[in-house]
Design a protein around this ligand. Structure first.
Ligand SMILES: [Zn+2]
Ligand SMILES: [Zn+2]
Length: 132
């Protein structure tokens, strides 16, 4: 019984000290710490420095390297998930993963075949809405 009490006291002490550690880490410096801990959605690696920034329609995404940016462009749905894909024609997040088109090496998704056709005939106009 004595052993059990000692053991649970010990566990408590560990829990308390590790909680304190996490707390002080976040409390001390927020901005720089959080930026350096961002993970690349392609490789899952920590992004060093400012990484490689890329704007995909209405989203700014940061990758750890240019290789990951390339892999992303070929198959955005793989990394973003098939829910909430952005249709550049409607300007809404209702595109479907199986209605897609590759323009300048980047894959885009559409909510319907009609949107895809509009985009194919005038992709520059639709994409220019997203370039700032
Ligand atoms: Zn990478
Ligand atoms: Zn659409």
């Amino acid at each position: 019984m004595k052993k059990f009490i000692l053991l649970s006291l010990f566990t408590c002490a560990i829990l308390i000290s590790s909680n304190n550690n996490t707390f002080s880490k976040y409390g001390a410096s927020d901005s720089t710490e959080t930026v350096s801990k961002e993970l690349c959605i392609v490789s899952g690696e920590t992004i060093e420095g400012s990484g490689v920034k890329y704007v995909y329609l209405n989203k700014e995404i940061t990758f750890c390297c240019e290789g990951c940016e390339k892999s992303f462009k070929k198959n955005p749905a793989k990394y973003l998930g098939s829910e909430g894909l952005w249709c550049p024609v409607c300007d809404e997040g209702d595109a479907k993963a199986d209605i897609s088109e590759i323009t300048d090496g980047t894959k885009y998704y559409f909510c319907s075949e009609g949107c895809k056709e509009k985009f194919t005939s005038d992709s520059d106009t639709y994409l220019s809405n997203y370039k700032k």
